[in-house]
Design a protein around this ligand. Structure first.
Ligand code: NAD
Length: 460
């Protein structure tokens, strides 16, 4: 055991949501051993049995949706409307993989020798380690867990310390067969121990770029597959022919909703031609219309930052831009009183070398830029080491499709906010935002299974 982890409510920091012993490497070791014992039974169960278990788990999760949504609000400060939507999505993901478990599990290919058969068959990796962030404390564990289980793996989940209560409550609600899902509360040390444990066969990570790259390297050194979904520095290109009001609504909510604490949040808006003249005013109005405050209130859009340190990092990035000559058009201040609140900031005139232009600043901050034409806008949009999501606002379909092929991002959204994920479609980033293949939908099967190629020569 390596100390204690403690989770507090970001809107009421005196409210201790829970305290747990940090399981550390010892806890990982015990969980990996129990998972191995459960693997034989789970991986040899029929797909119909696994499908039924996932379907039942979906129903059990739906039954506790209201309680769990309140816990999300309390533990990670996610506004209640979004918290409810996250749990509904997790239920839908479980239902989706309950069906996907029944997909064909291989192919028959033309053999090279007459009379032979050539087959491929998917089989599970084994015991998979899941390392997750705090910002989607239910949906992210579920979008890793459900495909892992559907295709015959068992899982050990190491959630973020800031969302431990949600992870434990989720596991309790799912009530899966013994050893099939275990939650190991702990910090980075427990995560690292998971990647290095000889009883873990594959690791799926979501979190920051710094940790994700470290996880990918450590997994490679241990010879296991790793998937790492990381941060973004997501650009939105707004062309002059776009519906600027609609664009402003979408960009404001994508940048500031949940206090900008989404990997898909809009971080930069690049206005092209005359849009650079008209968009700022529309954006200021839309940002100022977003309600900041208690995440338990149904009309709140912007809750608190997750910790005091997270708010300090955001404030420091805005202050650095300000002292280098950028103008803060609205927001950019800590709210007095309880909780880690920060008013949504729209910043203009940010230098290309500033953190706000280059790095993921995980908070309610949007940097504004101007480009003379689409060429320049695409160049600016791509001038980052990240590549998670990009959006384009235009009425010209040709321009939209052209931009969509040239933007270096795993997801491109046309006339739609950068945020919003379709759980049945491939999801993930390019460049420094993603490693090891896409998550979600049927694309997840690539990571959670391996393929055996089987040759059968006669006689058989
Ligand atoms: P984080 O990287 O600090 O932590 C993520 C997880 O890794 C936690 O469980 C943490 O305890 C664990 N960890 C820390 N150090 C480790 C180590 N050395 N080895 C193994 N595990 C370790 O991220 P966070 O603050 O919890 O989450 C916010 C970040 O997650 C943002 O960068 C955001 O963009 C990203 N994110 C990405 C996606 C996506 O799908 N691309 C989705 C949500 C969040």
């Amino acid at each position: 055991m390596t100390g204690t982890i403690r989770s507090t409510s970001p809107q009421r920091p005196d409210d201790v949501v829970g305290e747990w012993p940090d399981a550390g490497a010892t806890g990982v070791d015990g969980a990996a051993g129990r998972a191995r014992e459960a693997l034989t039974g789970w991986s040899s169960a029929t797909a119909f049995e696994r499908s039924r278990v996932l379907g039942d788990a979906a129903a059990r999760l739906a039954a506790v949706a209201d309680d769990l949504a309140e816990l999300l609000v309390r533990e990670v400060g996610k506004p209640i409307t979004e918290s409810r939507a996250e749990i509904a999505r997790a239920v839908a993901i479980l239902e989706f993989y309950a069906q996907a478990a029944l997909d064909p599990e291989g192919e028959v290919l033309p053999p090279s020798a007459a009379g032979s058969m050539l087959l491929t068959r998917r089989r599970p990796r084994g015991v998979v380690g899941l390392i997750t962030p705090w910002n989607f404390p239910v949906a992210i564990p579920v979008w890793k867990l459900a495909p892992a289980l559907a295709w015959g793996n068992v899982a050990v989940l190491k959630p973020s310390p800031e969302s431990t209560a949600c992870a434990l409550r989720l596991a309790e609600a799912l009530d899966l067969p013994a050893g099939v899902l275990q939650v190991v509360p702990g910090g980075g040390g427990a995560g690292r121990a998971m990647v290095e444990h000889p009883g873990i066969d594959a690791v799926s990570f979501t979190g920051s770029a710094a940790v994700g790259h470290d996880v990918a390297k450590a997994a490679a050194a241990h010879g296991i597959p790793a998937q790492a979904e990381m941060g973004g520095q997501n650009p939105v290109v707004v062309l002059a022919d776009a519906d600027l009001e609609a664009a402003a609504v979408a960009v404001a909510s994508a940048a500031m909703g949940y206090a900008g604490q989404k990997c898909t949040a809009a971080r930069r808006v690049i206005a092209v031609g005359t849009a650079a003249r008209d968009l700022p005013e529309a954006l200021v109005a839309r940002v100022e219309a977003l309600k900041v405050g208690d995440p338990a209130a149904s009309d709140t859009v912007v809750g608190p930052l997750i910790t005091s340190a997270a708010r300090d990092r955001v404030a420091a990035a805005v202050d650095a831009a300000r002292s280098s000559g950028a103008r803060v058009l609205t927001g950019g201040a800590r709210l007095d009183g309880e909780g880690w609140f920060y008013t949504p900031a729209l910043v203009d005139g940010v230098g290309a070398d500033q953190e706000l232009a280059r790095e993921e600043v995980f908070g309610p901050v949007l940097a504004m830029f101007a480009a003379s034409d689409l060429e320049e806008a695409v160049r600016m949009a791509n001038a980052t080491r990240y590549g998670l999501v990009a959006a384009v606002f235009t009425r010209d379909l040709g321009v939209a499709l052209d931009a969509a092929t040239r933007l270096e991002a795993g997801l491109v959204r046309i006339n739609a906010p950068t945020t919003g994920v379709d759980f049945h479609a491939p999801f993930g980033g390019d460049k420094g935002s993603g490693h090891g293949g896409r998550e979600q939908g049927r694309a997840a099967r690539e990571f959670y299974t391996t393929t055996t190629t089987i040759t059968i020569a006669p006689p058989f």
